[in-house]
Ligand binder design. Structure first.
Ligand code: ADP
Length: 609
């Protein structure tokens, strides 16, 4: 999980790295391209502009030299007192000025005083004024073509001056000057998209297509420079402020990206070119917008391309991840299932083992219980036998005494040879031994162990047998046993020995109950109820105490003396009956005495009956 996250982070990081480097490269290349194009275009425009400027200058450059050849100029300088001549010259100069399209044409003497001027008729004519402080004058006086550009001190118009020496026989007499208005140049180019500016050697903007920039310096001027400019009166008394132009980036010496303000539209590519003869530096400022635009377009293109390429890649990656996740999920589900199955199998095996051992334990317990039960039954039987011991001994002693007297009689009779009588006595002996054999066999039968098998058992036979066993006791108590059973033979689903034991127990208890009473009646009645046979063994005893009713079937509950009762009879009978699928209950009869209700499942008559 953590590894996956790290891997995704690395992928995102790499993608971003590739994207940013692609964008950076694109930006760089597109900027270089756009700049190269812009530079080319700028250079072209700049060269056109310079040609235009040069053309303008060229037009007037040779004019002073041509004028200086006119003898009248030298004459006038040699004859300053000739006022008429001066006026005529001024008039001629006015005409020449008109024809050439110059702003002013004038003649100065060697002291710098204007002696004739084309504007002799204007409000502020040059005639009589001294311009010796102008550098062009000095240059011309030194014998070369003087050039200068300045704001006209009188006209307040920007002009370019060409001055040429007027000579006579190797002597410089004065200077002829032609001044032309350069504001015209600005007008010619004002419609261009590009911004042009021409600066003087101090970097002061002198000609520009942007009116606001005029007389501003490209960089802040030092105080000395300012003082020098003020002294030279080039810009009369105009205060030179720096133009708020900052360089963003310099590309080579003559190319830079400049900014005029924070807005994007005020960023330019600036190219410059020297015009050494004129003392000018010409600059072109081309809008940087195209570069930004081209960069934006290229970046957009790269971004789109990247998106187009990245989207399918992302989709494929996503799909691959989903497939992997699904496979992982299936793998995990399978593993979980296997684990659960293994755990469940383990649990089942354990519980199976547990169950097996519990079953074995139960079987052992059952076996032990069965054994205990059998032993208990046996013990109870023996108890009954013990109870009956007096009756039995009485029962056996009587015939034994009779046998003895019959034997004595037989011997005496045989001695007297009374054979017939002796034979009768012997017959009685034989009958008595038969009766004793019956008694002992019945006791033997009763004492035998149960088989535990449920079979079809005849109810009357079982009752009959029980009564036979108890016959000595019945006789002893002098009880009357009344039988009220259906006519037809009844068969019960039972174990013969156990059923007989139940009857022996119940009747024996009843005998005990009636023993002391005046009436000694035991009533055994029965009737069929659906698949059950319902029996009531009622006695005329004094019944069972209400408090004893609940505990009657508890083992070892007895009200009898230790010698005569163990308290096992009813508890064993109850278990035997339940074991055979029947019920045994006890209650008191409303008319007195106890009633034991026994219900047993009926059975079909055994085969061969
Ligand atoms: P025991 O006969 O050894 O006492 P039983 O389980 O057979 O043991 O009987 C338990 C007790 O139930 C007897 O002690 C007696 O108090 C009472 N009982 C049983 N049968 C009767 C009956 N028919 N009438 C009155 N009481 C009875």
């Amino acid at each position: 999980m953590k590894n996956n996250f790290t891997l995704t982070l690395i992928k995102v990081f790499l993608t971003l790295l590739i994207l940013s480097s692609a964008l950076w490269q694109t930006a760089r290349l597109s900027k270089e391209n756009a700049l190269a194009e812009l530079e080319q275009e700028g250079r072209h425009q700049l060269s056109l502009y310079i040609s235009h400027l040069q053309g303008r200058l060229d037009k007037f450059e040779s004019l002073p030299e041509l004028l200086a050849t006119n003898k009248r100029l030298a004459y006038q300088l040699q004859h300053p007192q000739d006022r008429e001549g001066a006026e005529a010259l001024s008039r001629d100069l006015e005409k020449i000025n008109q024809i050439s399209g110059a702003a002013d044409t004038y003649l100065m003497n060697s002291g710098g005083l204007t002696v004739a001027a084309s504007n002799w008729q204007s409000e502020r004519p040059f005639v009589g004024r001294n311009f010796s402080y102008r550098p062009y004058f000095r240059e011309a006086m030194e014998g070369r073509l003087g050039r200068y550009f300045a704001l006209g001190s009188t006209s307040q118009r920007r002009g370019y001056y060409f001055a040429y020496p007027v000579r006579h026989q190797q002597q410089t007499l004065g200077v002829v000057v032609i001044k032309f208005d350069i504001s015209q140049i600005e007008q010619d180019w004002s419609l261009s998209d590009d911004r042009f500016l021409v600066t003087d050697p101090d970097g002061v903007i002198f000609i520009t297509t942007e009116g606001d920039w005029r007389f501003k310096s490209l960089q802040p001027l030092s105080t000395q420079a300012k003082d020098r400019i003020r002294a030279g009166l080039r810009y009369v008394d105009t205060e030179i402020e720096p133009l708020a132009l900052s360089t963003v980036e310099s590309i080579g010496t003559a190319i830079r990206i400049v900014e005029l303000g924070p807005e994007e539209g005020r960023r330019f590519l600036m190219l410059e070119h020297e015009m050494p003869e004129a003392g000018w530096k010409v600059h072109i400022l081309t809008s940087y917008k195209t570069v930004s635009g081209q960069m934006r377009r290229s970046l957009l293109l790269v971004l789109s391309l990247f998106t187009v390429l990245l989207l399918p890649a992302l989709y494929l990656n996503q799909r691959r991840r989903r497939l992997l996740e699904r496979a992982e999920f299936a793998r995990r589900a399978k593993r979980d299932l296997e684990l659960r199955v293994r755990e469940r199998t383990q649990e089942l095996t354990e519980s199976n083992t547990r169950l097996s051992s519990e079953i074995e334990e139960h079987r052992q317990t059952g076996k032990a219980l069965q054994q205990t039960q059998d032993e208990l039954i046996q013990a109870a039987k023996m108890a009954v036998v013990g109870q009956m011991a007096t009756g039995i001994s009485h029962e056996l002693n009587q015939p034994l005494a009779a046998i003895r007297s019959y034997a004595d009689n037989s011997r005496a009779l045989l001695q007297r040879e009374r054979k017939e009588e002796a034979c009768w006595n012997l017959q009685q002996i034989s009958q008595l031994t038969e009766r004793m054999a019956t008694i002992s066999s019945q006791l033997k039968l009763f004492a035998r162990k149960t088989s535990g098998q449920l079979v079809s058992v005849s109810l009357p036979a079982a009752i009959d047998y029980s009564l036979k066993i108890l016959a000595p006791r019945i006789k002893e108590v002098s009880a009357e046993v009344r039988l009220q059973l259906p006519q037809q033979e009844i068969f019960l689903q039972a174990d013969m020995v156990q059923l007989e034991q139940v009857f022996v127990n119940l009747i024996s208890n009843a005998l005990h109950a009636v023993e002391e009473g005046e009436q000694r009646i035991i009533e055994i009645s029965g009737s069929q109820r659906e698949h059950l046979f319902h029996m009531a063994i009622r006695d005329s005893g004094c019944g069972i105490e209400e408090a004893h009713l609940k505990r009657l079937f508890d083992p070892f509950f007895t009200t009898k003396s230790e010698s005569s009762g163990l308290g096992l009879g009813l508890s064993i009978s109850h278990r035997i009956v339940e074991g055979m699928g029947g019920t045994l209950e006890a209650k008191n009869h409303p008319e007195g005495g106890a009633v034991f209700i026994l219900e047993m499942p009926l059975a079909a008559a055994p085969e061969g009956n």
